[in-house]
Design a protein around this ligand. Structure first.
Ligand SMILES: *Cc1c(COP(=O)(O)O)cnc(C)c1O
Length: 389
């Protein structure tokens, strides 16, 4: 069923996505491949439409977090290479092979289990080996005394039957920071990664086709880390601290509407808990955007939404499905008018800062009941409401 409701919706500007892709592609140069990170439903933008657009634009690879996310893309006709960054149980190897999905391998135990399964079903699983150079999350630990053992293990993985080691990668912990200590840490991670690759390649006959490590922070600040492929997420969506200086545009604009407007006398308390009391006669609008849509309740009394006539402060506690905004100084705003929560005019970076979090969390918090409206050349080309209608 298709919703025609314009309650609260996210406009996904696929032209902005294309602009960001081309801008980043010019930055990395023709010799470097481009992997677009589309995990978590493409950071809340809708993984299918975003992936379709990236495929048309000529991106080389996609990355998701799980086999479920990878299968969603295959089932909707995405044919390009997909890398699963997270863990997949070995009993899914046959499916990975059949669907041409590449799996990250983060330990010798997992590699052996994948290999046994691949041999059993008579296929070859494409893998990218994950090296832990200082993120301390997934991957083969290669710092300090573990270096030689790590190199030996990775060589063992590459020699296992049924596995094709197409790539090797690592992940930076502070590539988006600019202070001396962080820069030294990132340089250390990169140097260790390069030493590890060099040692492994020296022992094996074949070099890795795809060596990659550059996430958003590194694409913006560390051109020397691009290697064979870059792996940005947030930049692609035109958000975060580097997007502006790189000339990127926000892809998502989250909009809602003023549903009713009422004027209250001075000393009226607004919403649950009575945490806002009108200091004067106050004109309050109700907008259908609450914490069950992805708003952060911690932003109660602590942020503004943008109307056509200027910012309207949120007053009182944010409720599950609604919140209240102050229109006293915005007499031109009336019931039915559009309000931007974040996006092209009201930066998600500012709202994230007010919520004491990062734009990633606000983007990925936009809930399934918020309609996604896909725009191309200013016209709507599709919409998705992810409810079980
Ligand atoms: C999420 C993720 C990325 C993308 O990170 P951004 O900061 O959004 O660019 C890249 N690589 C890995 C392994 C990730 O998990």
């Amino acid at each position: 069923m298709e919703s025609t409701l314009r309650r609260t919706w996210a406009e996904i500007d696929l032209d902005a996505l294309a602009h960001n892709y081309h801008t980043l592609h010019r930055r990395i140069g023709p010799g470097v491949k481009f992997l677009g990170v589309v995990k978590a439903d493409a950071y809340g933008h809708g993984a299918i439409e975003v992936s379709r657009t990236l495929e048309e634009l000529g991106a080389d690879y996609l990355a998701v977090s799980s086999i479920d996310e990878a299968m969603e893309l295959r089932e909707h006709g995405i044919a390009m290479p997909i890398l699963i960054l997270g863990y997949t149980p070995p009993d899914q190897v046959e499916r990975l092979i059949k669907l041409h999905i590449t799996q990250a391998v983060t330990s010798i135990e997992a590699a052996e289990a994948y290999s046994a399964e691949a041999v059993r079903c008579g296929g070859t699983l494409q893998i990218h080996i994950k090296v832990d150079t200082g993120m301390s999350r997934l991957g083969f630990l290669c710092a300090g005394a573990q270096f030689d053992a790590c190199v030996a293990e990775i060589c063992d993985v590459c020699r296992l039957p049924g596995l094709a080691s197409e790539g090797i990668f690592t992940h930076f912990a502070v590539s988006d920071e600019g202070d001396e200590e962080s820069r030294a840490y990132t340089q250390g991670q990169f140097d260790l990664f390069c030493r590890c690759i060099e040692a492994v390649e020296a022992k094996l006959e074949h070099p890795f086709a795809l060596r990659h490590c550059a996430n958003t922070g590194a694409v913006a600040q560390w051109p020397q880390t691009y290697l064979d492929m870059v792996r940005p997420g947030l930049l692609l969506y035109g958000c975060g601290e580097f997007a502006g200086e790189l000339g990127l545009r926000p892809v998502m604009t989250l909009k809602t509407t003023v549903s009713t407007v009422k004027t209250y006398p001075q000393d009226t308390s607004i919403s649950y808990g009575r945490r806002y009391v009108t200091p004067r006669q106050t004109r309050i609008g109700v907008v259908p955007y609450g914490y069950a849509d992805g708003f952060f309740r911690s932003l109660s009394n602590n942020c503004s939404l943008l109307t056509a006539h200027g910012p309207a402060p949120v007053r009182g506690r944010i409720c599950m499905d609604m919140c209240m905004i102050d229109l006293t100084d915005l007499p031109g705003v009336n019931a039915g008018d559009e309000v931007e929560v974040f996006g092209v005019r009201n930066s998600v970076n500012d709202l994230a800062a007010a919520a004491n979090t990062i734009p990633y969390e606000l983007l990925t918090s936009v809930r399934k009941r918020v309609l996604r409206v896909y725009l191309r050349s200013g016209a709507e080309i599709g919409r998705e409401l992810l409810l079980r209608l």
